[in-house]
Design a protein around this ligand. Structure first.
Ligand code: SF4
Length: 232
């Protein structure tokens, strides 16, 4: 059993509620979505790893640059490799000082169910259709969140100048249906092209106000800090 991995590196988590934590990042190739704002070059050359080979690399990086807060499994979409992940996470669990942090687009609940018992933290996205240009994934997100909420979980949604209020309201409603205190992070998309615009500040404040009016306990705006710090 193998997985295609683009890169393995040590850096600082730039998103969500674990912002600033030092992590080892394992970036899997391939994704099941094509979000309009995606800034990952998933066509980059990958190397094929077995779970044991990946563990060896992780241990070597921990030895050279550790200690780290956790191991971020990111992509692409890491759950496209659920069987591989299950095998790797079992090995990781035997190394007790490693915590696992799954960064996922939140659209593959059946794949999440295969690994949730072995994951420590789930950083899941809600893909707002007005932000991504993709179809809505509300049904998948709700199923996913039900499973993810067995562990420590937070939800993140990328907002762009195209994001509409109805999508933010729908996301808030889904979180409230699960648990009001699940943290919800609105992340303004970092402009990547010369014609990309910043998300207007009053729109961000307006989205926060919707959450507060709906009594969502923990909603906030957090930009990507690794971009601000010019880090990987
Ligand atoms: S889910 Fe993430 S990696 Fe996949 S296309 Fe969207 S932004 Fe890119």
């Amino acid at each position: 059993m193998t997985a295609d991995i683009i890169e393995i590196f040590s850096s600082i988590q730039g998103e969500g509620i674990f912002l600033g934590a030092k992590q080892i990042f394992v970036r899997f190739k391939r994704c099941n979505l094509t979000c309009a704002y995606c800034d990952e070059d998933l066509d980059r050359k990958a190397r094929r790893y077995s779970p044991l080979e990946l563990m060896k690399e992780v241990k070597a990086l921990e030895g050279a640059k550790g200690p780290h807060h956790s191991i971020s499994l990111t992509g692409g979409e890491p759950l496209l490799y659920a069987e591989f992940l299950r095998s790797f996470l079992k090995i990781l669990r035997k190394n007790r000082n490693f915590r696992s942090y799954l960064e996922t687009n939140g659209t593959l609940p059946y794949e999440l169910a295969k690994v949730i018992d072995l994951v420590d933290i789930v950083a899941m996205d809600f893909k707002l259709p007005s932000s991504t240009g993709e179809r809505p994934f509300w049904t998948e997100h709700l199923e996913f969140l039900k499973i993810a909420s067995k562990k420590k979980v937070f939800v993140k949604a990328i907002v762009t100048p195209n994001t509409v209020k109805n999508d933010v309201e729908k996301a808030i409603d889904l979180i409230k249906r699960m648990k009001k205190n699940i943290p919800f992070v609105l992340q303004p998309a970092t402009p990547v092209g010369p014609h990309d615009k910043d998300v207007p500040k009053d729109a961000l404040v307006g989205f926060l106000e919707i959450g507060l009016k709906h009594e969502l306990a923990n909603i906030r705006v957090i930009p990507q800090i690794h971009k601000i710090l010019n880090m990987k």
